[in-house]
Design a protein around this ligand. Structure first.
Ligand code: ADP
Ligand code: MG
Length: 562
């Protein structure tokens, strides 16, 4: 090889290498993601040029290949994309901060699928130096009369550029893996990284071969015979479901994809296909999983992609907190990558994406509710937690969900908020016109109170999920002229203040006598004894604790020092 030129990469690089190494990429395995996406990029570009009539040669079998040689300690990524001329290497590779993809996008931005060009990763190519002492490029541009070019750099700011050896269009990048990164020189490790980041890239990615058993005629008894054949090991699915139109897809496709993402999970309850291109670009499929008791472990299962390249499963700032239990995939080229968390939170696209997802989830729930109330009620135990959590944490979600959130009474009947109001309004409005909803947070322990409330014709709601305390205060704030009272807060008669005097079968004198017997027997001033009736099939007496005293006691039980 005749070296035609030596040079040094523009001065900024001296500062940039340590930044790449330490800050931008906390995880050095992403070098492979970056180089494979560049190769995919180059492949998409040649396809694009061909479809625009600007490239008239053979496209050939477009694919990217990853290979390694443990003895030589190299990893090679090759493609038959657009390739580069020596001039382009200088421009695109040497001028680090310059993104060739950005320029390409500018030039072809009117083109429909220019979007497919992955070009968001900025310093992608140089991430190779996180794992390599030396990087070589062999490349041949698609342009007519182009000469093959060669580039080598040892990670310092010095590079050499010269004549290359490629005879076919495309690019081959060879990394000479450094000693600390020897772990990457393994079939298993590379396959694992490719599975993680490249599983859904739009161009086939070949990594070695694998044996497959295929049907090969029939034997004498007419049974099929099988033989093993070596086939290319293609690591990816080029058109995952989120890139397709919902109308092309069946329930089965969504369920299969779910199984592919989370192999050992139960089927999800339902899903939402996201698809928006204005004012930001976002596609994806979000699933409502069937929650297990240890649902904390089910958090953080949403995978974030950018143009089909896996980025992260830390989606905390993109998906509203209350939807962190959802599973699935979000793909958006408009989410800034490799930037700090606080920047992400301030980013306006991220905010819009956040409220878009909230809206889509609310719309989906509203649809399910309208389409099949019975099926919706059956799933309510699983989805109720999301819905209430969402209502408590986001006003916008509350406004949508107030029409399809369900409350359940002790008879296990479900009501929407408007339905419940209709049901209890007549009997549970106090003398000031205030609606009073009565609830229990422990139906077993509070059974006698529930019975006496029921006897008064009052309905009792069950509010015993982990989020219900907050949900109750939210309802009190949001519902007009409505308060919620715990069924054991007072005796049934007094839960709802009414004008009409108490009816009791005992005279006042008899009542007082019976009460004093109970008071003596219980002998605790904090408890109230109330004589209800002496009717044999009714509760004769209730004992309640003053609400203030009850809270003090609860605090003491919680170690509040009382
Ligand atoms: P980005 O991909 O964001 O542009 P990179 O640092 O990953 O940044 O790549 C810089 C540029 O180098 C690319 O934009 C492209 O022009 C060129 N390049 C890198 N890899 C290849 C390749 N395999 N084939 C053709 N051009 C490439
Ligand atoms: Mg790149």
């Amino acid at each position: 090889i005749v070296m035609q030129e030596k040079g040094s990469i523009s001065i900024h690089t001296e500062n940039i290498f340590p930044i790449i190494k330490k800050f931008l990429y906390s995880d050095n395995e992403i070098f492979l993601r970056e180089l494979v996406s560049n190769a995919v990029d180059a492949t998409q570009k040649i396809k694009r040029l061909a479809s625009l009539g600007q490239y008239t040669g053979e496209l050939g079998d477009l694919r990217v290949e990853v290979a390694f040689d443990a003895d030589k300690k190299t990893i090679t990524i090759s493609d038959n994309g657009i390739g580069m001329t020596a001039e382009e290497i200088k421009k695109y590779i040497n001028q680090i901060a310059f993104s060739g993809a950005t320029e390409f996008m500018e030039k072809f931005k009117e083109a429909k699928d220019a979007n497919e060009i992955i070009g968001r990763f900025g310093l992608g190519f140089y991430s190779a130096f996180m794992v390599a002492d030396k990087v070589e490029i062999q490349t041949l541009s698609y342009q007519e009369g182009a000469e093959p070019a060669f580039w080598v750099c040892d990670g310092s700011t010095e590079f050499e550029i010269g004549e290359g050896i490629l005879e076919e269009r495309g690019t081959e990048i060879t990394l000479y893996i450094n000693d600390e990164s020897a772990e990457f020189l393994s079939q298993y490790k590379l396959q694992e990284i490719l599975d993680k980041y490249c599983k859904f890239l739009p161009v086939p990615i070949k990594f070695g071969t694998k044996t497959e058993s295929v049907e090969d005629g029939v034997d004498e008894e007419g049974k099929p015979k099988y033989t093993s054949v070596e086939v290319d090991n293609i690591v990816n699915t080029t058109n995952p479901i989120w890139t397709k139109a919902p109308s092309e897809l069946k329930d089965e496709d969504y369920l299969d994809f779910y199984k592919q993402l989370y192999p050992f999970s139960e089927d999800p309850l339902f899903w939402i296909h996201l698809n928006v291109d204005y004012p930001f670009n976002l596609t994806g499929v979000l699933y409502f999983p069937k929650l297990k008791n240890d649902f904390e472990f089910q958090k953080n299962k949403i995978k974030l992609f950018s143009r089909q390249v896996f980025i992260t499963d830390e989606v905390k700032d993109i998906v509203p907190e209350f939807l962190m239990l959802l599973h699935g995939v979000i793909d958006s080229p408009d989410i800034p990558l490799n930037v700090s968390r606080s920047f992400l939170q301030a980013d306006s696209n991220v905010k819009k994406i956040n409220s878009y997802i909230t809206k889509k989830v609310a719309d989906k729930l509203a649809d399910l509710f309208k389409a099949d109330r019975k099926a919706y009620e059956e799933k309510w135990t699983d989805i109720g937690l999301f819905v209430k959590y969402g209502m408590v944490s986001e006003d916008k979600f509350y406004d949508k969900a107030k029409d399809f959130v369900l409350v359940t009474n002790t008879e296990k009947q479900n009501f929407t908020l408007p339905e419940y109001k209709d049901k209890v309004e007549a009997n549970q409005t106090d003398k000031d016109g205030q609606l009073v909803y009565i609830y229990t947070n422990d139906p077993a322990k509070q059974d006698s109170f529930i019975q006496s409330a029921n006897k008064k014709g009052y309905d009792v709601l069950v509010m015993n999920s982990p989020i219900d305390n907050h949900f109750i205060s939210q309802l009190e704030q949001k519902l007009e002229k409505t308060s919620l009272k715990r069924v054991d807060a007072d005796v049934a008669d007094k839960l709802i203040k009414k004008d009409d005097a108490l009816e009791t079968v005992l005279t006042e004198e008899q009542s007082t006598q019976v009460k004093s017997i109970f008071d003596k027997a219980i002998n605790r001033p904090a408890y109230n004894v109330q004589i209800e009736s002496l009717n044999p099939d009714e509760l004769p007496v209730t004992v309640t604790m003053d609400e203030f005293m009850r809270r003090m006691k609860d605090m003491a039980a919680m170690g509040g020092g009382m």
